[in-house]
Design a protein around this ligand. Structure first.
Ligand SMILES: [Zn+2]
Length: 106
């Protein structure tokens, strides 16, 4: 049993882009937010403590970039989610395509 079984619910290969779409559990999302797993490769960072300088596996700058990346992901999600104005929502849906979906799927 790997820690990833609790975190990754599914991985879907995509043909049009390099990165596969990864579906992450609430637990995984919380660990990402807390800097306990790498936001790029999902390496277990717990032995290093929260938000280490760099991921030991892929070199991702966890301390510098992970929280920013989470914020960007949330922004993308909000863009297709609820808006006050229906027209805004329609406009947002018009420009959004799954190919921009590097965000996390809950
Ligand atoms: Zn990594």
């Amino acid at each position: 049993m790997s820690y990833l079984e609790d975190i990754v619910l599914g991985v879907e290969e995509t043909n049009d882009r390099g990165a596969p779409e990864v579906t992450i559990s609430i637990k995984g999302l919380t660990m990402l937010k807390d800097g306990l797993i790498c936001g790029r490769c999902l390496a277990d960072l717990r032995p290093l403590g929260a938000f280490p300088e760099k991921c030991p596996d892929c070199g991702f700058k966890v301390k510098e970039l992970q929280q920013q990346q989470m914020i960007e992901d949330v922004k993308k999600t909000v863009k297709v989610g609820s808006r006050v104005s229906l027209q805004d929502e329609i406009d947002a849906l018009g420009v959004w395509t799954p190919s921009q979906g590097d965000n996390l799927h809950l």
